[in-house]
Design a protein around this ligand. Structure first.
Ligand SMILES: *Cc1c(COP(=O)(O)O)cnc(C)c1O
Length: 421
């Protein structure tokens, strides 16, 4: 190949070894140009659910492309978008009756924030404060960085980020602090919304908290008229064991963001679901109350058809059983690490398993990250630690043997790179 001119995401090109070229994807694997294959243990950054290129999803895209490509979605509609909206309302927690489409996770979160502020302005009781949870990640645009954790990722853009109220992460046995702090920041009734990743904070290090905390947060939000935005971008579509993580807390958020697994991870699409109250705050003969947001590729018909095929797969194939089996295997796999001196804090929620490698240095920029990545890649495994946090977030088609191989490699990595306490 000639010299690449591609600038890759989250990539320090000065330090990166040659970037492998992938020529084919299938099931749990990425196939390289040199004929070798890599086991995709992180579902290509959390997007793939069933496995790469599920035939039914690919077929739906092909079929739709025979009659539709992108159409303007302001003032026009199409069947895949209509059918998908009905399906999403049916699958989401009750009360989320309106579906607003966009094209990426960051965008669907931006849409959620704008809906919340628009709601309060349109009902004549403006609020603009957003409450966020410590260690959260909601995307890489200015708005979503503002509601996410501050750090090396966004230090350069800090002057542009807006201020938020932060509640502590509900670490084990310190959950009450989180609830007390949230109660305190909502007491003046100026908080428009609390935005949270339900049950698992992904990019923050696969940090997990129990469902009852989410239930309590929802109660406090309701009591103070604060909207709850559930960023289910990573947690949705079975990742945490249920279709949406909010189900485990028996709550309905006021706004729900979904994207990554929405099309099975095949093509980009996002949706922000909202309650009737939020829609109706924007429903008026007064044009100023319009929800002023659009992405050029809103509700792309092929992407909507891919998402519909994904919904059908959930319906027709034993996906829930696969998720349950994978969740049980992840929990069992972690048991191996209970007394492993090189690891701490082994944890699992649904299909996600994570542990912290004990090292001299922690944090995302710890040198250990790239070394671990290279270590796994040499073994044909795509594992991309978050600093010293090792996690497996595989597609649901992964086999027992493949998982065993991953756990073996993790043990080996512990011995190679870990430090005893
Ligand atoms: C990945 C992710 C996002 C942002 O997704 P992009 O597609 O990169 O914009 C937002 N929220 C959560 C919880 C995510 O995991």
């Amino acid at each position: 190949m000639s010299q690449s001119q591609v600038w890759h995401p989250f990539t320090q090109h000065a330090l990166e070894p040659a970037i492998p070229e992938i020529v084919r994807t299938e099931g749990a694997y990425l196939h390289k140009a040199d004929g070798t294959r890599i086991l995709d243990a992180i579902s290509s950054w959390w997007v793939v659910t069933h496995g790469h290129r599920h035939p039914r999803i690919i077929k739906a895209i092909e079929t739709t492309a025979a009659s539709l490509d992108q159409i303007i979605f302001a003032g026009f509609t199409h069947e895949p978008a209509e059918r998908l909206a009905r399906a999403l309302v049916g699958l989401a927690p009750p009360g989320l009756d309106w579906v607003f489409y966009s094209d990426s996770c960051s965008t669907c979160v931006e849409v959620a924030l704008k809906m919340a502020l628009g709601y309060f302005r349109n009902i004549g009781a403006p609020r603009s404060r957003i409450v966020a949870m410590e260690h959260s990640y909601h995307g890489d645009t200015i708005g979503t960085m503002s509601v996410g954790a501050r750090g090396v990722f966004n230090a350069a853009y800090e002057p542009l980020l807006f201020e938020v109220d932060t509640i502590p992460f509900p670490a084990a046995r310190r959950e009450q602090e989180t609830l007390d702090r949230f109660e305190a920041v909502t007491r003046d009734r100026h908080a428009a919304a609390l935005i949270v990743e339900p049950l698992v904070l992904g990019a923050g290090g696969m940090l997990m908290y129990p469902a009852w905390v989410l239930t309590e947060l929802k109660k406090i939000a309701e009591a103070s008229g604060t909207l709850l935005i559930a960023d289910e971008v990573m947690t949705g579509w079975g990742r945490t064991g249920t279709m949406f993580a909010c189900e485990q807390a028996s709550i309905s958020p006021d706004i729900l963001c979904t994207s990554k697994g929405l099309t099975g991870g095949v093509v980009p699409l996002a949706a922000t679901l909202a309650t009737d109250a939020i829609f109706h705050a924007h429903y008026s003969e007064d044009r100023k109350k319009t929800f002023f947001h659009s992405s050029s590729y809103t509700a792309n018909p092929m992407a909507c058809a891919a998402a519909l095929a994904n919904v059908e797969i959930w319906h027709d194939e034993p996906v829930a059983e696969r998720v349950a089996a994978l969740s049980a295997r992840q929990a069992a796999g972690l048991r191996r690490f209970g007394d492993n001196p090189y690891f701490a804090d082994s944890r699992a929620t649904g299909t996600i398993a994570a542990l912290d490698l004990r090292t001299g240095s922690a944090g995302y920029l710890a040198e250990i990250g790239p070394k671990l990545r290279a270590f796994f890649l040499e073994r044909g495994l795509l594992v991309r630690p978050l600093g010293n946090v090792l996690y497996l977030l595989p597609p649901y088609c992964i086999t027992d043997d493949e998982l065993d191989g991953l756990y073996d490699a993790m043990e080996e990595a512990g011995e190679r790179f870990g430090a005893r306490p």
